[in-house]
Design a protein around this ligand. Structure first.
Ligand code: FES
Length: 255
């Protein structure tokens, strides 16, 4: 059995969207190196519930497998914590040491308002997808789709962009709270494929304009988004989005 160790936590607690929040201190002495970060929070919540003095800490998750993008925490100032290309749910306590102090905050952005404690509302991303993150032209059945020749490089890069899980770390890390990496990845995924090409211009303009409407900031090429992205998505997606947007707005959005 693994040895347990002690960590000190400073966790953002906030009762609701319009309530003031603050960092609250906790100490946990039942941590072991095999726990995921979320399991560590589960253990802390079990202690909080057992004590009965306050409500358990709200934090978001679903798959705990690095797929859904729900586990959005800023850990010691870094979105998803200290390990490269790793979601919070895939981060393990072996990355911390006995006696460490860990500060845990929600993803902060005007467009991601805090709902409670560490949970933020990321429905702005859903609205960007609703604005154009789909293919609505007839593409035929699966055998038809499989018979369309697609250049291997195009297929591979479209897939790379499709790995975006919409966690919002890019927004949390950006000094401008820009959603350009998320929007650029979703656009590059669809725009590069033959099935996505007919709606490329319309899709690009709609999604970029929705992103601006949601209150995200603009991109100033800090590249902090790329550094924290758990899927390693390249900021080349942003350059591609800008090129397509300029072309579409100069030429009109008709396909
Ligand atoms: Fe789904 Fe972390 S809980 S990606």
């Amino acid at each position: 059995m693994a040895d347990t160790f002690t960590i000190h936590l400073k966790i953002w607690r906030q009762d609701g969207p319009d309530q003031p929040g603050k960092l609250v201190d906790y100490t946990l002495d039942k941590v072991n190196e095999h726990m995921s970060f979320l399991e560590m929070l589960d253990v802390l919540n079990e202690e909080i519930v057992a004590e009965g003095k306050e409500e358990p800490i709200e934090f978001d998750y679903d798959c705990r497998e690095g797929i859904c993008g729900s586990c959005n925490l800023v850990i010691n100032g870094q979105a998803h914590g200290p390990k490269d290309m790793t979601c919070t749910c895939q981060l393990h306590m072996r990355n911390f040491s006995d006696g460490d102090t860990i500060v845990i905050e929600p993803f902060r952005s005007k467009a991601f308002p805090v709902i409670k404690d560490l949970v933020v509302d990321r429905s702005a991303f859903d609205r960007i997808i609703e604005a154009g993150g789909y293919v609505s032209v007839k593409t035929g059945s699966a055998p038809d789709a499989n018979s369309i020749p697609i250049d291997k490089t195009v297929a591979d890069t479209a897939f790379d962009y499709a790995t975006c899980i919409g966690c919002g770390a890019c927004v949390a890390a950006c000094p401008n709270s820009s959603a350009s990496l998320f929007t650029g990845a979703k656009l590059a995924h669809l725009n590069r494929l033959p099935q996505g090409e007919p709606e490329r211009k319309k899709r690009t303009v709609s999604m970029v304009e929705q992103m601006e409407e949601e209150g995200f900031g603009d991109c100033s090429n800090y590249a902090e988004c790329e550094a924290v992205c758990p899927k390693g998505i390249s900021i080349s997606a942003i350059a591609e989005m800008r090129r397509n947007y300029v072309k579409a707005t100069l030429a009109g959005t008709e396909a």
